[in-house]
Design a binder for this molecule. Structure first.
Ligand code: NAP
Length: 287
């Protein structure tokens, strides 16, 4: 059994993926801009992930921009049949690395073609439309216009499945009236639990919930409770944070990001951790 296998599986569009996947954002340069400082190490992380059984990789063509997708292609193309590469659109990068909303029909269409070209694919498995009403948090506003464009691109055969990112429950309901939504990717982890009730709704509807920043993102999680629990289990705090997410709900798919093979191995081993109800209760107290 490979190291990602023990995390379980969940349906993502037409594929069944391991619940422990990999997020590729850390493979670009500082500030998710430009090339990585160690190109060979970036290739090694991706190859190790797939060799360890990971079959769900999250990316975006605006990481770099283009850099992360080009590294994925260099490391893994031709892709294994069971590999699901999930991307996201609605942002472009300024010359200074800034993150600029890009939600016009022309920009969204361009973004899908950029992903196809840089990943070396003819069809994208899953494309998340990322809401940009507030860059950092879900904020209300209609996604009808950009989602209609993405649904058109799906009808043209360029995109297999559609997801939403950085969204509210109302936006998901609006989205489901336009097209099938297979996943939601929002900010969520042991310490940031704004989506608790949303996750419970989505699991009832069979929709995958893919937390971004599962380890805290740019400010990795730090908590004395987490460290004490990890010590007791002979695990690391990051492993416990991931194991807690796997226990939280069966529709949660993990895409922890790392630029290091050692951290990747550590994160994938989190699938082997079993947390008792008492430990889960202690960890719940962190939020
Ligand atoms: N939809 C969205 O708006 C959105 C936003 C952000 C991210 N994402 C996606 O979510 C994925 C995950 O997010 P993320 O990478 O930003 O944050 P994350 O997974 O929460 O954390 C990544 C950070 O944790 C460190 N790390 C990873 N494993 C570690 C370990 N075992 N021990 C210690 N430190 C460790 C990484 O540094 P090292 O490189 O040194 O390991 C990096 O600094 C991204 O790759 C991206 O695909 C989506």
């Amino acid at each position: 059994m490979s190291s990602s296998d023990q995390s379980g599986i969940f349906k993502l569009g037409n594929r069944t993926v391991k619940r422990l996947g990999y997020g590729a954002m850390q493979l670009a340069g500082p500030g998710v801009f430009g090339p990585p400082k160690d190109h060979a190490a970036a290739l090694a992380v991706l190859r190790e992930a797939v060799a360890s059984g990971v079959n769900h990789i999250d990316t975006a063509d605006f990481y770099g921009p283009h850099v992360t997708n080009q590294i994925i292609r260099e490391a893994l193309h031709p892709y294994r049949d069971d590999l699901s590469i999930v991307t996201k659109i609605s942002v472009r990068r300024g010359a200074d690395g800034s993150w600029i909303p890009a939600l016009s029909r022309t920009e969204l269409t361009q973004a899908v073609h950029d992903n196809l070209r840089n990943l070396g694919l003819e069809v994208l498995d899953v494309v998340n439309l990322r809401s940009m009403f507030d860059v950092h948090h879900p904020a209300e506003g209609s996604l009808e216009a950009p989602l209609t464009v993405l649904a058109d691109l799906q009808r043209q055969g360029l995109v297999r499945h559609i997801g939403l990112s950085n969204v509210t429950a109302a936006q998901i309901a609006e989205g489901r009236r336009i097209c099938e939504i297979v996943c939601v990717q929002n900010y969520y982890n042991l310490a940031h639990r704004a989506d608790d009730s949303l996750i419970d709704d989505l699991v009832r509807q069979g929709i995958a919930y893919v937390p971004f920043f599962p380890l805290g993102g740019f400010t990795p999680l730090q908590s004395s409770t987490l460290s004490v629990v990890a010590d007791k289990l002979g695990a690391t705090p990051m492993q416990v944070a991931l194991a807690w997410l796997l226990h939280r709900s069966p529709n949660i798919l993990l895409i922890p990001g790392t630029s290091s093979v050692a951290h990747l191995r550590e994160n994938l081993a989190a699938g082997q951790l079993t947390l008792s109800s008492q430990t889960l209760a202690e960890l719940d107290g962190i939020a």
